[in-house]
Design a protein around this ligand. Sequence first.
Ligand code: SAM
Ligand code: NAG
Ligand code: NAG
Length: 236
Amino acid sequence: MSATSQTGQTPGLYANIYTPTFLSIIYDVVVLRFNLRYMWRCRTDTVLEPFFAENFSRRHLDIGVATGYFLAKALSRPFRTHVKHSIALVDLNPNPLNAARARILSEAPNATVETVVADVTEPLPKALQHSMFDSISMFNLFHCIPGNEKLRAFSIYKDLLADGGVLTGCTVLGASHATNWFNYLYVKLYNRLGIFHNLDDKREDYERVLKENFEEVETTLVGMTLLFRVTKPLRS
Ligand SMILES: C[S@@+](CC[C@H](N)C(=O)[O-])C[C@H]1O[C@@H](n2cnc3c(N)ncnc32)[C@H](O)[C@@H]1O
Ligand SMILES: *[C@@H]1O[C@H](CO)[C@@H](O)[C@H](O)[C@H]1NC(C)=O
Ligand SMILES: *[C@@H]1O[C@H](CO)[C@@H](O)[C@H](O)[C@H]1NC(C)=O
């Protein structure tokens, strides 16, 4: 297990939010159950969990881990706990990495878990430069990241995807994808409070960048949440 500090960006908001107690209770309930279902109109249990599990492999990289919820759910499925999994976790902050590692190991004690502190928009951390994965996930990550350059993460992390591998993810889109006045106001409020940075995020921008980096791109919109699954990374 290794932890490398890679980024110059100061761990801000998220470092404080992901303390262990806040973690499992508030995050899972408020963010994954309430917000996704009622605000962003995309259910975690019936849509996102199966979507994550479908392309979860024995050699997996999860980026933006928070509580490790989706990993734990996928690992608890039949046949999973007795297979030896090798899982790498990338996050801006050490708190979620430690929490997610503990949660994974409680589901699958034989898994190998490598944690890497890194900003997904920065060049590949040294610890991962020679790694390869059959599956990579970026769930609920991009709507948290500020700046116009965040989607370059796809061109950076595609290098870690094996030829037959698959990258999946989901992100809440911006105000132009609101489905009612309530989530329109809610996404504006979240951006004003600095919880989300996705006010202008649009489906077509994600699709364009994904197509620049992958031969096969599938996206689907569920409520305000964009799900993407891409394969065949275009090698530079
Ligand atoms: C909203 S949580 C989503 C967690 C989990 N994938 C889920 O769907 O429940 C976002 C996570 O991404 C991390 N994060 C935010 N910005 C990041 C960045 N630029 N690079 C890497 N991780 C980041 C946060 O620390 C947090 O753990
Ligand atoms: C990913 O999941 C889809 C849907 O279940 C499946 O058709 C595809 O074969 C999977 N790909 C890989 C590489 O596991
Ligand atoms: C972990 O590995 C040990 C030794 O290979 C094995 O006996 C045990 O059943 C495994 N545990 C799980 C939960 O797969």
